[in-house]
Design a protein around this ligand. Structure first.
Ligand SMILES: Nc1ncnc2c1ncn2[C@@H]1O[C@H](COP(=O)(O)OP(=O)(O)OP(=O)(O)O)[C@@H](O)[C@H]1O
Length: 264
C-alpha cells in the first residue's frame, strides 16, 4: 500500500477566493477581458469602468458562465479550465446577471425556490432559505406576487434574492442597483456590507458613490485590463481639483482614466 503524505490529506488552503492571471475572455469575437491579473479575498469589491471596459464579461467568467480563452482562473480554490469539476464551485456561487430570465407566472417565492433547488440546497432547508433571502432584499410583502407584476426595482431585488439564497461564498452582482429607488439603494448598501463580512462579493456598477459607501475595495477596469485596485480612500486620493466629477471619488475615477489614456 502506498504511504499517504500529510500534504495530501491537509485541507486545501487558498488565500485568494478569486485568482486570475493573464485572464483572457471573449465576448463574441472580441477579447473583452484581455490579460487581467486580479486577486480577491472576502469583502465587497466594486468593479468600475467605462462602457465596454469588460466588467460584464469578467462577471460572466467569474460565474463560470463563459470559459476563459486563455490564462488561469481559480475560484474558491478550484481551477476553472472548462472541464468537469465545476459543480462544487457552482453550488457556492451566487450570480445576478445584468439581464436575467424567469417564468413570469412564477411568484417571487417560487422563483427563488427554483434557484435554491438548482443550487442543491437540501429540500427541507429550502423554505426557510427562500424566506430569509426574500426578507433580506425587502420583498416580504411581495413574496407571493407573480414576477410579471413586479416593478423594475422589485424585479432587481428578486434577482438579488435568488443570488443570495444559498449564502454564497462568492457573490457576483452585475449592476444590482439599476432601478432601485434612493431608499432601497441605501438598504442595499447595508446588505452588501453584511454579505461582505464573510464572503467575497463582487459588484459591477457605474455608481462611484455606491462603491465608496459600501465597498472595501475598488477595482477599475479599462479595455479588458485592471487599471487600479485599492481602497475607496486610495481612489479618492488620486483625484485633484481639476479633475471631472461631482465628488472626490468621481474625481479620482476620472484622474485614473485620464492618466491611463495619457500614457497609452
Ligand atoms: N456578443 C458580443 N459580440 C461582440 N462583442 C461584444 C459582445 N458582447 C460584448 N462585446 C464587446 O466586448 C466589450 C466589453 O463588453 P462588456 O459588456 O463586458 O463591458 P462592460 O464594461 O460591462 O460595459 P457596460 O458598462 O456598457 O455594461 C465591449 O467592447 C463590447 O462591445
Amino acid at each position: 500500500m502506498r504511504a499517504v503524505r500529510a500534504a495530501e490529506t491537509a485541507p486545501t488552503l487558498h488565500p485568494w477566493l478569486v485568482h486570475a492571471k493573464e485572464l483572457r475572455v471573449r465576448a463574441g469575437r472580441h477579447l473583452a477581458v484581455d490579460g487581467l491579473d486580479l486577486t480577491l479575498t472576502a469583502g465587497v469589491h466594486g468593479v468600475l469602468g467605462p462602457n465596454g471596459a469588460g466588467k460584464t464579461t469578467l462577471m460572466r467568467a467569474l460565474s463560470t458562465v463563459v470559459k476563459p480563452a486563455s490564462g488561469s482562473l481559480t475560484l474558491l480554490g478550484a481551477q476553472v479550465d472548462g472541464r468537469a469539476g465545476l459543480r462544487e464551485v457552482r453550488r457556492k456561487l451566487g450570480y445576478l446577471p445584468q439581464q436575467f430570465g424567469f417564468y413570469p407566472r412564477f411568484t417571487v417565492r417560487e422563483f427563488v425556490a427554483y434557484l435554491a433547488w438548482l443550487k442543491e440546497i437540501p429540500k427541507t432547508a429550502i423554505p426557510d432559505a427562500v424566506q430569509r433571502a426574500i426578507d433580506r432584499v425587502g420583498l416580504t410583502t411581495k413574496a407571493d406576487a407573480k414576477m410579471k407584476t413586479l416593478s423594475g426595482g422589485m424585479l432587481r431585488r428578486a434577482g438579488i434574492a435568488q443570488a443570495i439564497v444559498n449564502d454564497p461564498e462568492l457573490l457576483l452582482l452585475d449592476e444590482p442597483t439599476v432601478g432601485l429607488d434612493p431608499e432601497q439603494r441605501l438598504d442595499f448598501r447595508d446588505l452588501l456590507r453584511d454579505l461582505g463580512a464573510d464572503s467575497c462579493v463582487t459588484v459591477s456598477t457605474h455608481l462611484v458613490e455606491d462603491v465608496v459607501a459600501a465597498c472595501t475595495d475598488v477595482i477599475l477596469m479599462n479595455e479588458g485590463r485592471l487599471l487600479f485596485q485599492g481602497t475607496p480612500d486610495d481612489l479618492i486620493a488620486r483625484g485633484g481639483q481639476g479633475d471631472q466629477g461631482d465628488s472626490p471619488a468621481e474625481r479620482g475615477y476620472s484622474a485614473l482614466l485620464r492618466q491611463h489614456r495619457g500614457n497609452a
